[in-house]
Design a protein around this ligand. Structure first.
Ligand code: UDX
Length: 465
């Protein structure tokens, strides 16, 4: 089928490349000329496993094209998918981009085409959507078109797989007399081995929101269990393992630590509480999920402070900046709050992330943050190492081999990613979340150690001493 995707962010780009992979004829549209040019040259500007090769093969086969010309792209399409942003960047919704996009395309769509909204929508906008589209068609005297919601449930770092092998496909019907739109969208997903769930548009919208809110709740729940575990001397990973065999509960999203970040979960928690309040509903559970999540970040800083003592004298190495592994995304990444809080308390903070773009971006967002080129350099002279993102490379660090690089042997593991016994065996003081706060009794500061590596940190940005 001929599909046009508007908005080439994470969601839109993965959708466009994934549909081309499924042998549809796809045009990706964005208002950002530079992004379109870059993509047309086969360069994917975001770090997402598998996406680069999908875009390359789409371009090579001729099934995937990119343009800024929305009008031409939508008028030739059988299905038009809108995937523009709906966050305002400050914990709220914004629908201006969506409304402007619709105003630019709806009148140009063919009479037999179907409009599909893939962006996550605020619930109150769903009813307006139908009115806006119907009005735009009526204004130019064109026939009504089907309007559907098709929310995405993709995780960053797994977005390609989540698109090609989804758990389910949700189709929300806003306008579709005769079912022509649902037929078209079902054809677009032909070959996908997943249940296709048809429901009303508002049900689709709330099921997307509900899925994210539930995942966020599970994480904050695990973080409260971690407090209990710490208080009573248990290991929270054993506790959640014991829970997870109950098929009603399951084991996913119960990893305790510094909590959730990213473009979806934190925003949607905040936005839901606000949007509910606007219609006179209080959501104390979801509000608490957000509060617990914010607390985890401060708790990480407090844990470092309690082990190093005076933060003003301390050099803290942060391992990882992205909000989770396999992405360079820093949107609402816990690392940013953590780095700011540590710097504000007077600590010298040096960070390393395996993806250079994440580091450069973080340095621009957090004044005073220093960068290191690799694991050894970030640890050089540090009083404590903080695991912020559980990149596989950090799990593989042989702590006994890097012990001599650090001024003091302290690791605070914000992702419960390391084996406490192995780190303690390397003579480190180790703290994590819900797994015995201190796995090794604190000792006085070791003598300063002469580093055996020639390169000093900060080769990436010239941050003054
Ligand atoms: C999420 C949803 O999973 C996805 O379905 C939706 O479409 C978009 O939002 P994403 O933001 O990419 O996806 O990341 P996800 O893998 O869900 O992780 C979110 C955050 O929660 C990360 O910061 C992660 O480190 C954290 N997390 C996850 C935990 O702290 N504990 C867990 O057990 C799981």
């Amino acid at each position: 089928m001929r599909a046009t995707i508007l908005g080439l962010g994470y969601v839109g780009l993965v959708t466009a490349a994934g549909l081309a992979e499924r042998e549809h004829d796809v045009v990706g549209v964005d208002v950002d000329e530079r992004r379109v040019r870059t993509l047309a040259n086969g360069i994917v500007p975001i770090h997402e496993p598998g996406l680069q090769s999908l875009v390359e093969s789409g371009l090579a086969s001729g099934r995937l094209r990119f343009t800024t010309d929305a009008q031409a792209a939508v008028s030739a399409a059988q299905i038009v998918i809108v995937a523009v942003g709906t966050h305002d960047g400050h914990g709220g919704w914004q629908t201006r981009t969506m409304v402007d996009t619709l105003a630019g395309i709806v009148e140009h769509m063919a009479d037999d085409a179907t409009l599909v909204i893939r962006s996550t929508l605020p619930p109150e906008f769903v009813a307006r959507l139908e009115i806006i589209v119907s009005q735009l068609r009526a204004d130019v005297g064109r026939r009504p078109i089907p309007v559907l919601l098709n929310p995405e449930f993709t995780r960053e770092g797994r977005a390609v797989r989540d698109f090609l092998e989804p758990d389910r496909v949700v189709i929300g019907v806003a306008i579709d007399p005769g079912g022509r739109g649902v037929n078209a969208l079902t054809r677009l997903y032909r070959g996908v081995q997943a249940p296709v769930l048809r429901m009303s548009a508002i049900e689709a919208c709330l099921s997307k929101l509900g899925a994210n809110l539930f995942l966020a709740t599970k994480i904050s729940f695990a973080n409260e269990m971690a407090l209990l575990a710490d208080a009573f001397g248990a290991d929270v990973t054993e506790v959640t393992r014991g829970m997870s065999y109950d098929t009603r509960i399951g084991g996913a999203f119960l990893r305790a630590g510094i909590g959730f970040g990213g473009s979806c979960l934190p925003n949607q928690v905040t936005m839901t509480v606000r949007a509910a309040r606007a219609v006179g509903i209080e959501m104390p559970l979801i509000a608490a999920v957000g509060e617990v999540n914010a607390r985890q970040r401060s708790m990480f800083v407090a844990r470092i402070a309690s082990l190093v003592g005076d933060l003003r004298q301390a050099r803290v190495a942060l391992l990882g900046l992205a909000f989770k592994p396999d992405t360079d995304d820093l949107r609402d990444a816990p690392s940013l709050d953590i780095a700011r809080e540590l710097i504000e308390a007077g600590a010298t903070v040096v960070a390393y992330d395996p993806v250079p773009s994440a580091m450069e971006h973080a340095a621009a967002l957090v004044p005073g943050l220093r960068l290191a080129a690799d694991v050894r350099n970030v640890l050089l002279g540090a009083d404590a190492a903080g695991i912020v993102t559980e990149w596989p490379a950090f799990r593989e660090i042989a702590w006994s081999d890097v012990r001599h690089l650090m001024r003091r042997a302290i690791v605070v593991d914000g992702r419960n990613a390391l084996d406490p016994a192995a780190v303690a065996a390397a003579d480190f003081i180790y703290a994590s979340f819900g797994r015995d706060v201190v796995a090794h009794a604190p000792r006085p500061a070791a003598e300063p150690i002469v580093p055996d590596v020639g390169v000093v940190s900060l080769p990436l940005s010239a941050v003054p001493d």
